[in-house]
Every structure is written in structure tokens, then in C-alpha cells.
Design a protein around this ligand. Structure first.
Ligand code: ATP
Length: 588
């Protein structure tokens, strides 16, 4: 038997060991009191005649009452201590898992769906709650009751204990057999729950698209089929469990009936009193219940083991090595030396090949080219989301591979195509750019002013404290972009990556966004994934990419001179389609 998975989970108990020790004390006290009761009952029955004449002695009544109150107290305390220990463990585990996941390289998120990860974080971790402490408490209590009860049974009548001696090993054996099959099925249930989480998350996140294409029914059908597998696995587990329960109940009653018959015969022989048989039956019930609890626990423990297998696999993921040198400060010079790259998920296709490029500090470069040309891949490599497969990228002469990614990213800021805002205030969203230190309100406002966002923010009744995101104010595309610009402004990076929005804003909004961007780009090396001709034309240099290679580079005027070049082709296409320069650039 492999003990590692058991030990791995039991180690989670370490931080709450004080609480657990106190809970165990309460439990021990409770079991002792409980074990005393049947003896008291036996005494009362066998002395019924005598008590009828003298009455029950008051000290006995008081002692029993005191025991009942003490039992209630220790039970309540035990329950609270075990429950709270379990909640602490689950929360701590969730935090630990989130910590590890959020630090994974971007490639990890290409392989794992967010819905699946959320389901692991919540559902899978929760399954530990029941079995790890509440279940473990139950099992310890059952062990004590089992041991104490068995001792009482033997002291009352070793002969009468024989039927139970047959029943208990049989029930423990059955429990172990079924526990092993639970584990596999639980893993399957959890995997299919994660799958259905993925489907739900995807459809909720894209609910507008679902409605726009009248796909509500399709969405429900997809969710239904995703949940069908979880249902089938859970039902098969339930079938196994019910067969097991049925068999256990049969064995239990056979054992009790034979004990009763045998006990009645012993009373007839004068070898046992009625009180003793009553106490024996009560102890026998306690012992069989405890044995049942032990086998039940084994089943639920194995289910938990299966359900949390994936969680522990994720916990074992090495946190990303954030080692590397800290560049002193960067001026923004960037060199690509024969850079080649393939996404880990698509090793057969080169996303970039033989890219050579040298950007001077402060230069603005527009990346253009058809969809899939490799523009975003260049941005991804600059941000250190992936490392180049061939060649190297140098920042101010430092090889990116030798620099700490976090230190490098401190000098880079991104303004995304569809800026993402977190639920929180506008000020929090701008402050998001600088995690290393406290940012003052003045700094936030100064950044917003330069990003042309200050006025519209103040127009909200709550100003900078306006809550945005899912449960807050919905901002227009242009407003979101200006907040993203303010965010980048606050970061004050040497290198700026702009992913221009493809959708056109209205003229007024466009002017404001452009003014914000102009401010932001001043004095920084800027790489624009350009979709607007006006941006392209005003760039210091244009790189025309296709199929992961640089096909042409130069200024607008230089590139146009090559009449049959890809750039001239792109321009002809643009003018033919829109007849103007400021329209979004059509994908060629
Ligand atoms: P677009 O203008 O459509 O955004 P792009 O020029 O930015 O295109 P990239 O996103 O750089 O193109 O993509 C280059 C190639 O890499 C494409 O073939 C694309 O399918 C592939 N690719 C992009 N991202 C990934 C990823 N995360 N995993 C696997 N392949 C990817």
C-alpha cells in the first residue's frame, strides 16, 4: 500500500494541531461518559426491585444529570473545534493553491481552462473539509468507542461476544474493498465537474454572444452533456454505496439477532442477568455502529483522496523560478537576434522565425501584417510570457534569459486591445500598475489627467471611487482605454506595448484616446500592434510581418516605394476598402 497520498493530506493538519489536540481531549471525555451509561442502565435494571422500595438515591440522579450536561458541553466544544480546524485547513489550502496557480507561466493557462481551475480551487478543495477533520474526528471517536465497547462486552460475557467477533471483521473487510473503488470514481466525478465548470464559465463569460446568436438552448445542451458524465459516475458510486449499505445492514441484524437469542439462552441458564443482557445489547450496538463508522470513513476518505488527486498534482507544480539578474534601469533599447518561437501547444508551427530587429530607445515601431502573422507573439516574448526557442532578446544589451522576469516587466507596460478592468474602484484599477509601493491619490490623478481620463472620471458622482466591473458602472470602450492608458502612465515604463483596438471609436472619443496615447508614448520605446493607418503612418518604423517573419521594414514613405511589396499591397487593400486613412486597417 502506498502511504504517500494519505500522509500528504494528513500533513495539512499540522498547522491546526493545537485545536485538534483540544478537540481530541473533549472527544475522549465524551466517549468515557458515553461508555458509562449502559453500565448505569444495567445496574438500574438489576436493582429495580430494591430501588422500588428505597427510591433512586439523589446523588445517583445528580451524577447522571451532571454527566449528561458535561457530555453536552464537550460534544459542542468538540464539534466546534473540529469544524473550525477543517475550515482553516480548507481556506489555507485554497490560498496556497491560488498562490501557486497565479504564479504559473502563461503557457500553463494555455493548457488549463480557467473554469476548470476555479472548480479545482472550490469544489475539489471543499471535499477535504468533510473527511479531513470532521470525518477524522468521527473515526477517532469510533475507534475509542470501538475499543472501550469491546472491552465492556468481553467483561460482561466473552461467550456472548462471539457473533460480533464474526460480524466486525467481515464489515471491515467489505468497507476496505468498496473504499478502493470509490477513489477511482471520485476522481472521475471531480474531473467531469471541472469540465462542466469550464462549460458554464465559458458561456457566462460570453453571455452576450450566446444571446446574440440565440444559443441559450445550445448552451444548456452543452452543459447538460457536460454534467451527464459527472452524474453517471456519481450514480455508479451511489449504487456501490447502496449495495454496501444493504450488505452491512444484513450482517448487523444477523449479528444482533444471534446475540439476542444466545443471550436469552444464557439468562435461562442463569449465567447472565437481564440488566447485563440489556447493557450488552447497548454496547453491541455502540461497537457495531463504530465499526460501521470506520468503514464509512474509509469509503469517504478514499473518495476524498480521488477528488483531491488533481489538487495535489497542482500543488506540486514548481513555482516559477523568478531568479535572474535585476537590470539597473533600462533606457528601452531592444534587440531581437535571430529569434524563433513555437507555442508549446502547437510545436509543429513556427509562430516566429529568424526575427532580427534592433530598436533604439524612444523609437516607435508599428507591427503590421495579416492575422496570425506573429504580431502578438512578439509582444508576448517582450513581456517574458514565453521564452524564445531560438536566438535571444536583449534589453539594453542584457540577455532577457538572464534577467528576472519580474524585474524586466517593471520596465514594460501594456495597453491591451480590450482593456480589462477588475471589479473595484477606478483609482484601484489605475493603481494596479504599481504593486511595489503605495501610490498616492495625487499620482493617480496626475496619470489620469495625462491620459485624458480625469474629466470623465470626475463626472461620476463617486469620482475616483466609482466602482467599475461586473457589479459596478459599465464604461464605454474609449473610457476603458483611457483608464488603461492612465494605468500604463503611472507605471512610467521605458518600453510600451500597445495593442490597438480594432473597433473604431466615435471621432470625439478617438481624439481623446489618441491624445492620451501621444502623451503616454513620449520618450518611450513603443511597439504598437497597429490597426489604424494613422498610427502606422506616424510610426518611426513599420515592420511588416507575415508567417512569423519580417517581410519588410522602414518608414511609410520608404515602404511605399517598393510598389510590389507586401506593404504597398496592404495599403492598396486598405484604400480600396475604406477610401480613407484613419479607418481600422483591414486584415489583408
Ligand atoms: P492577430 O492580428 O490576428 O492578433 P497576430 O499577428 O497577433 O494575429 P499571433 O497571435 O502572434 O498573430 O499568432 C501567431 C501564430 O501563433 C498564429 O498561427 C496563432 O494561431 C499561433 N498562436 C497564437 N497564440 C497561441 C497560443 N497561445 N497557443 C498556440 N498557438 C498560438
Amino acid at each position: 500500500m502506498n502511504f504517500a497520498p494519505h500522509l500528504e493530506r494528513l500533513r495539512l493538519l499540522r498547522p491546526v494541531r493545537g485545536r485538534l489536540a483540544a478537540a481530541l481531549l473533549c472527544m475522549g471525555a465524551g466517549v468515557l461518559i458515553q461508555l458509562g451509561f449502559p453500565r448505569a442502565i444495567a445496574w438500574l435494571i438489576d436493582h429495580a426491585e430494591q430501588l422500588r422500595q428505597t427510591g433512586i438515591p439523589p446523588h445517583l440522579v445528580l451524577a447522571m444529570l451532571g454527566a449528561a450536561i458535561l457530555l453536552a458541553l464537550v460534544s459542542a466544544l468538540r464539534f466546534y473545534l473540529f469544524q473550525s480546524a477543517s475550515q482553516h485547513i480548507v481556506t489555507r489550502l485554497r490560498r496556497q493553491l491560488f498562490d501557486i496557480l497565479i504564479r504559473q507561466p502563461i503557457g500553463f493557462f494555455d493548457r488549463h481552462h480557467v473554469g476548470e481551475l476555479t472548480s479545482r480551487l472550490h469544489g475539489d478543495v471543499m471535499s477535504l473539509h468533510e473527511s479531513l477533520t470532521v470525518g477524522a474526528a468521527h473515526v477517532l471517536r469510533s475507534l475509542c468507542v470501538f475499543g472501550g465497547g469491546a472491552a465492556m462486552l468481553l467483561s460482561l460475557s466473552p461467550l456472548l461476544s462471539l457473533p460480533l467477533a464474526l460480524f466486525i471483521p467481515a464489515s471491515l473487510y467489505l468497507g476496505k474493498r468498496s473504499g478502493n473503488s470509490y477513489r477511482e470514481r471520485a476522481r472521475e466525478v471531480q474531473a467531469s465537474l471541472a469540465d462542466s465548470g469550464k462549460v458554464a464559465q465559458e458561456h457566462f463569460a460570453n453571455v452576450r454572444l450566446v444571446h446574440a446568436f440565440n444559443q441559450q438552448r445550445g448552451a444548456s445542451a452543452r452543459y447538460e452533456s457536460a454534467t451527464a458524465r459527472a452524474l453517471a459516475a456519481a450514480l455508479s458510486n451511489a449504487r456501490l454505496l447502496s449495495t454496501f449499505q444493504g450488505l452491512m445492514s444484513l450482517l448487523l441484524y444477523l449479528a444482533l439477532i444471534s446475540t439476542l437469542c444466545f443471550g436469552a439462552w444464557l439468562i435461562g441458564q442463569g449465567r447472565l442477568s437481564v440488566g447485563e443482557l440489556t447493557a450488552f445489547i447497548i454496547y453491541a450496538t455502540m461497537v457495531t455502529e463504530a465499526a460501521n463508522a470506520l468503514t464509512d470513513f474509509w469509503g469517504s476518505w478514499m473518495r476524498t483522496l480521488g477528488a483531491t488527486d488533481r489538487v495535489f498534482e497542482l500543488l506540486r507544480l514548481a513555482p516559477r523560478d523568478e531568479g535572474g539578474a535585476q537590470p539597473p534601469s533600462l533606457s528601452g533599447r531592444i534587440v531581437f537576434e535571430n529569434v524563433g518561437f513555437r507555442y508549446p501547444q502547437r510545436p509543429a508551427q513556427a509562430a516566429l522565425e529568424g526575427v532580427n530587429l534592433a530598436l533604439a530607445a524612444g523609437e516607435t515601431v508599428a507591427l503590421v501584417g495579416p492575422s496570425g502573422a506573429g504580431k502578438s507573439t512578439i509582444a508576448n516574448l517582450l513581456l517574458g510570457h514565453y521564452a524564445p526557442g531560438q536566438g535571444r532578446i536583449l534589453f539594453d544589451g542584457f540577455d532577457a534569459a538572464t534577467l528576472a522576469p519580474a524585474a524586466l516587466r517593471r520596465h514594460v507596460a501594456v495597453v491591451e486591445q480590450e482593456p480589462a478592468l477588475f471589479s473595484g474602484s477606478i483609482a484601484d484599477n489605475i493603481r494596479f500598475a504599481v504593486p511595489e509601493r503605495e501610490v498616492t491619490q495625487d499620482e493617480v490623478e496626475a496619470a489620469a489627467r495625462r491620459a485624458q481620463a480625469h474629466d470623465f472620471i470626475l463626472a461620476f458622482p463617486d469620482g475616483y471611487d466609482t466602482v467599475v466591473g461586473e457589479r459596478g458602472v459599465q464604461l464605454s470602450g474609449g473610457q476603458k482605454q483611457r483608464i488603461a492608458i492612465a494605468r500604463a502612465m503611472l507605471r512610467d515604463p521605458a518600453i510600451l506595448i500597445l495593442d490597438e483596438a480594432t473597433s473604431a471609436l466615435d471621432a470625439a472619443s478617438e481624439t481623446l484616446v489618441q491624445a492620451g496615447l501621444d502623451q503616454l508614448m513620449q520618450g518611450r520605446t513603443t511597439i504598437v500592434i497597429a490597426h489604424r493607418l494613422s498610427t502606422i503612418v506616424s510610426a518611426d518604423r513599420i515592420l511588416v510581418l507575415a508567417g512569423g517573419r519580417i517581410r519588410q521594414q522602414g518608414s511609410h514613405a520608404e515602404l511605399l516605394r517598393e510598389k510590389d511589396g507586401p506593404y504597398a499591397e496592404l495599403m492598396r487593400h486598405q484604400l480600396a476598402q475604406y477610401g480613407r486613412l484613419d479607418a481600422p486597417l483591414a486584415a489583408a
